[in-house]
Design a protein around this ligand. Structure first.
Ligand code: CTP
Ligand code: MG
Length: 286
């Protein structure tokens, strides 16, 4: 059994597992249809589709980027990296609230970004922690204490190329499961290796068809994620994504079709690639 369970098909199949709504003799796949309707009409169908809260971990320093500031504040095609992430989340019709986990030292710069963007989604700055895990813990704690939030998406600020559609796909899927991540099939052959007598020695080659590259957004039922983070704190578990906490507890996590272009900007090369991808999306005018 691999670490994450997966839907028996692509994400679009999810709609077939949900309620069907009949319109003019046509049966519409309910959840995805609702998301699309919102996009076209701007209607917030709160009664039917839970408003989604989004936490953006942005409290790192970007050591591997090698810049003097948090990498999310670096410019990318005319605006900071974080602004691209926020723009996509804001354009996702399912996202109703955004919390940015960040270091207080970055707040003036982030406030400046927000002032320049005029987003339609309410945004709150929350204090991040010393690790990504601690940053998310704080965000989850904040939402849990509100007492009204059922589900949450978490999306790395450094994944600034995720599209609004990906957020909406994850939000829709999260109506039906308690844990999910965006993921894509691994393209490379992956080796498991460790230090051997003459260098790094391969131990095994996992079957590629079972390997998935984990991305964000990741989405969870909030009460379960809170319980998982509390347990991690008590047990001293250290993980690099939230799905891993669910896995440790034996709770199912499903994979929703991610995006090949949904890179995590980690090194300067990633910034160059992101600029190319955005340039292509925006067309030659920009
Ligand atoms: N992050 C966070 N709090 C931390 C560390 C990381 O919220 N204490 C966030 C980052 O801002 C980023 C996401 O988690 O959006 C993924 O982390 P990563 O890409 O590793 O970013 P950094 O930790 O900033 O980079 P590095 O590991 O190179 O220092
Ligand atoms: Mg890091």
């Amino acid at each position: 059994m691999s670490c994450c369970a997966r839907f028996d098909g692509r994400l679009s199949d999810l709609s077939d597992t949900g309620l069907k709504i009949k319109r003019g003799g046509q049966v519409w796949p309910s959840l995805l249809w609702l998301v699309d309707l919102k996009q076209y009409t701007g209607i917030r169908l709160n009664a039917l589709l839970d408003p989604m809260h989004l936490l953006i971990p942005a409290a790192g320093s970007g050591k591997r980027m090698g810049a003097a500031v948090n990498k999310l504040l670096l410019p990318l095609l005319g605006q900071p990296i974080l602004a691209w992430t926020l723009q996509a989340a804001d354009q996702a019709s399912s996202i109703e609230w955004i919390g940015i986990l960040s270091q207080p030292g970055d707040w003036p710069a982030i406030e400046q970004i927000l002032a320049a963007m005029d987003l339609s989604t309410p945004v709150q700055l929350l204090q991040g922690g010393a690790t990504r895990q601690e940053s998310v813990y704080r965000g989850v704690e904040y939402l849990y204490n509100l007492g009204t939030v059922e589900r949450v998406l978490i999306h790395d600020g450094a994944r600034c190329l995720a599209t609004p559609k990906l957020f909406d796909r994850c939000s829709a899927a999260l109506q039906q499961v308690d844990g999910l991540i965006a993921g894509i099939p691994v393209k490379d052959t992956i080796k498991v290796a460790e230090a051997g007598p003459k260098g790094i020695q391969i131990q095994s080659t996992p079957e590629r068809s079972r390997l998935w590259a984990a991305q964000t957004p990741q989405g969870f039922r909030l009460s379960m994620l809170w319980q998982a983070h509390r347990e991690a704190l008590a047990q001293g578990w250290q993980v690099t994504d939230d799905a891993a906490l669910f896995e440790k507890l034996g709770w199912p996590v499903y994979i929703v079709e991610g995006e090949e272009s949904n890179l995590k900007l980690t090194t300067p090369l990633d910034v160059l690639l992101a600029a190319q991808i955005l340039q292509q999306r925006l067309g030659p005018a920009r």
